[in-house]
Design a protein around this ligand. Structure first.
Ligand code: NI
Length: 172
């Protein structure tokens, strides 16, 4: 089932999310719903606070080539345990900040540890778009948005645009 995506500014997008102590059917349904919501948007990543749930859960699939098989990843309690000194810059966007994009510089490679949908611990090295995306999504769990990396003026401009968008949506 698709879930509505919160649009910035929203206090729930600024909260530090709580670790998931035990997996439950409810959490698996949430993860599946988030993947459905993400693919439908369409997007390449989504974090639980973006659907109003303050749990440490993210989903992502950065396979861009339509000829390639999709690779949906569900990560409970994801943690960056190592990051490269090498950095890379990508133009980032966010489903909670529609149609706004900006370049963000982050470590080019990260090692991430997480609990998968079956409750098993996983660890993997990510590079390229996957590295950027997984860091962007984990940031969401700490109440951090990609616009927080921008200069204050630019950030305020985007926030004002989003406030206007939300007013228009509320009126429609
Ligand atoms: Ni985002």
């Amino acid at each position: 089932m698709k879930r509505p995506i919160l649009i910035h500014p929203d206090p729930r997008l600024k909260k530090v999310c709580a670790p998931v102590p035990d997996l439950s059917d409810e959490l698996r349904v949430l993860a599946d719903d988030m993947l459905e919501t993400m693919y439908d948007a369409p997007g390449i990543g989504l974090a639980a606070p973006q659907v109003g749930v303050l749990d440490r859960l993210i989903v992502l699939d950065c396979v861009k080539d339509e000829a390639e098989a999709p690779r949906p990843l569900i990560m409970f309690n994801p943690e960056v345990i190592a990051a490269s000194d090498d950095e890379s810059t990508y133009e980032e966007g966010c489903l909670s900040i529609p149609e706004q994009y900006a370049e963000v510089t982050r470590p080019a490679e990260v090692t991430v540890r997480w609990i998968d949908r079956n409750g098993n611990e996983q660890q993997e090295d990510f590079g390229g778009l996957w590295a950027t995306c997984v860091q962007h999504e984990i940031d969401h769990l700490n109440g951090r948005l990609f616009i927080d990396y921008l200069k204050p003026l630019r950030r305020q401009m985007i926030t004002r645009k989003m406030q206007k968008l939300k007013r228009e949506k509320a009126r429609a």
